[in-house]
Write a protein that binds this ligand. Structure first.
Ligand code: ARG
Length: 483
């Protein structure tokens, strides 16, 4: 007998006949805007245009924004003291209901804003209907998204700091560890592992700076722009901005309600961060392969294979590498979403939320995984140094030695090239050739020549160089920079 598995709908949309989840009601209640309409919205259209299934995530910001708006309406004399206290009290209660999962979200109320407003009116009566005075969902949603992105930036920045501390701890442990430095993935010159890790630190430090810079443009209040042209009420935009911790107010109402460039900038910044995390992932994956065998990842970050018993797969870095694609995709999606829109607000903008939320979620997950995993990386120091001993890593040092003895650099390059060929012929490394062998191609080479890996890294003892002492200086400076 063949068992049939029922797949249901392959999309998440609730069609009219679907049973909605327990706390999501499809009802034919009067809309908040249906005064001019003579027939009810088509059930499919209602589901198609609703955003409440995902913009629920904005609920706490929506409430915060509404409290600030109501407080301002009271200060300018539009709401009485009693009204504002009813409204803020009601909103607080709704906030608790949402937090405890008791809120009955309704698709026919379209989005988080109208669900909360309707719940408020249900709770406190007609006063609830006054909340929307001097405001539109257009400046409301722009406010919510800005508050959401601002919080995301703060949480991401904190995670980045945590990860940076982990990188610094590992770099400190591995300041003296020598490994082959590569260009073109070919052995180039020896470097210290600590130095390599400090390159990662610098990348993510710039990411953190980019987020802080982006925050300035996010932290601007659109409230008061209303639908698009501003409002006839004597509102106080500075007050709502101040109550919500916005540093500035948006200077043009049309721009304030319509542009999502701040969200795009955030996802662009997140994309660059993910690009960096993905590069590290690639390195960690290569290093933990038996071919490199430079590092060991603790078992808790790996998984086995269901068929090959010997496998220990670096799933966490692989997933981080893969997840970068989601964030890059979100960036492309948001840019495309925005590029054809005439002023001012268009419903297209409702599509900004899912890619934005997904990007925040993805970045937070990846940073959390790395903050735990990276300081737990175990360097296989002997393997690293052995690999650096193969590949004639100190060839440049020999050329520099000859230059110091007066030979022009190009000639020195030629001499060393011939000596590398000799080493290859003898199936050894340049550094293993005897003094007599080295002298075959230049009598400038004398007993003081030192082609050891340690001499090579120690010689690069300037700011930004790979010498262990400079790595330690870089770590000390980095700790000061992030404090
Ligand atoms: N859910 C909408 C959004 O996310 C809120 C704003 C709706 N405004 C409107 N005029 N339909 O963009």
């Amino acid at each position: 007998m063949i068992m049939r598995i029922s797949h249901g709908n392959c999309y998440n949309l609730r069609l009219p006949n679907d049973t909605p989840p327990a706390n999501l009601q499809m009802n034919d209640k009067t809309k908040l805007w249906d005064g001019r309409f003579s027939e009810a919205t088509d059930a499919f259209v209602e589901a198609f245009t609703a955003s409440v299934t995902f913009d629920q995530q904005l609920a706490s910001y929506d409430i915060e924004g509404s409290v600030a708006h109501a407080t301002m309406l009271n200060k300018v004399g539009i709401l009485t003291d009693a009204e504002v206290s009813d409204i803020t009290g009601g909103l607080a209660q709704i906030g608790e209901q949402i937090a405890s999962g008791e809120m009955a979200w309704s698709i026919s109320l379209e989005d988080v804003h109208m669900n909360i407003e309707q719940a408020l009116t249900g709770l406190i009566g007609d006063t609830g209907k006054k909340l929307h005075t001097g405001r539109s969902r257009n400046d409301q949603v722009a406010t919510d998204v800005r508050l959401y992105v601002r919080t995301a930036i703060d949480q991401i920045s904190e995670k980045i700091r945590q990860l940076q501390l982990g990188i610094l701890d590992l770099a400190q442990r591995e300041a003296d560890t020598i490994m082959p430095g590569s260009t073109h993935l070919q052995v180039a010159q020896p470097v210290t592992f600590g130095h390599h890790l400090m390159a990662w630190f610098e990348m993510i430090e710039r990411d953190c700076e980019r987020f802080q810079d982006c925050r300035k443009r996010v932290n601007v209040s659109p409230l008061g722009a209303a639908a698009l042209a501003g409002t006839t009420y004597p509102i106080d935009r500075e007050l709502t901005a101040e109550l919500l911790g916005f540093e500035q107010i948006a200077m043009n109402s049309l721009d304030a309600v319509s542009d999502r460039d701040f969200a795009i900038e955030f996802v662009a910044t997140a994309s660059i961060l993910m690009m960096h995390l993905s590069r590290w992932a690639e390195e960690i994956i290569l290093w933990s392969s038996p071919q490199f065998d430079f590092v060991d990842l603790p078992d808790r970050f790996c998984t086995g294979s269901s068929i090959m018993p010997q496998k220990k797969n670096p799933d966490v870095p692989e997933l981080v590498r893969g997840k970068s694609g989601r964030v890059f995709g979100a960036l492309t999606g948001l840019l495309t979403l925005m590029k054809g829109q005439p002023l001012a607000y268009n419903k297209d903008n409702q599509e900004d939320k899912e890619p934005l939320f997904d990007s925040v979620h993805t970045v937070m997950m990846c940073l959390t995984a790395y903050a735990d995993m990276i300081p737990a990386i175990e360097a296989k120091r002997d393997n690293m140094i052995d690999a650096a001993r193969r590949g004639h890593a100190t060839a440049t040092d020999l050329a520099d030695y000859l230059v110091n003895k007066g030979l022009p650099f190009r000639d020195a390059h030629e001499v060393v090239g011939k000596l590398v060929a000799l080493a290859i012929e003898k199936n050894t490394d340049l550094a293993q050739l005897s003094l007599t062998e080295l002298q075959k191609h230049s009598n400038l080479i004398e007993a003081d020549v030192d082609l050891s890996l340690a001499a090579s890294v120690n010689a690069r003892a300037h700011v930004g160089g790979t010498a262990p002492e400079m790595v330690r200086v870089a770590i000390t400076n980095a700790r000061k920079r992030i404090n």
